[in-house]
Ligand binder design. Sequence first.
Ligand code: IPE
Ligand code: IPE
Ligand code: MG
Length: 229
Amino acid sequence: MSVNNLNPNHVAIIMDGNGRWATEKGLDRSEGHIKGYENIKPIVIAAKKLGIKYLTIYAFSTENWNRSKNEIEFILNLAASVIDQESEELNDNKVNITHLGSKENLPKEILSKIQRSEELTKQNTDFFLSVAFNYGSRNQIVKSINKIIQSEDEKINEKKLSDYLSSNKFPDPDLIIRTGGQKRLSNFLLWESAYSELFFLDVFWPDFSEKDLERVVIDFSKRKRNFGS
Ligand code: IPE
Ligand code: IPE
Ligand code: MG
């Protein structure tokens, strides 16, 4: 099978480069995180306009706990306030919001805000936003395997492993974009990305625009996907 895709159904973005965006401007890294979070809503709206149905955004990894206490605290507080501020408007735009990742180590305050926004938007079916926060792909794969073992399901196979992953509500990503210039996945969707098209952009996340997304989608539509055949 070879497919020429007109439009990606599921786009995943590694939103990297907030810190360097700020440092380049002589600002504190925290300013980059603020700008980065401000950029989420316009990109969600742009993705929806482009006909994308599923968007997964990588906001905080299980390895990001190794950062300074100050930076972690800043990001957690920022994320909490952004969920509060933006959930209503995203709901008005018929966006369904879900959390992807581990609940472990997350403060109760942020967990209840996440739960509230999932509850508020759960009836929406136009567009699905999955927020990878406290997410690590290896952690998710191990959890899935443990669930299979506990379920006394006879054997692990590819379908079961996928079904027990918490990303199971979404199809595998058609394309993964990483902003910020690094060319790696940093523990993001390792299982699900088996046949994703990868795009590495030099632009820092706070500067990533609707135009950039549009360009990637056009490039994607010109790529020939073989899936091994
Ligand atoms: C992405 O930007 C946000 C998180 C990983 C939390 P960074 O904070 O990694 O910014 P850079 O890569 O250091 O520029
Ligand atoms: C990946 O960025 C994680 C997120 C964007 C949330 P990192 O900045 O944590 O990745 P590394 O450390 O450069 O691989
Ligand atoms: Mg980074």
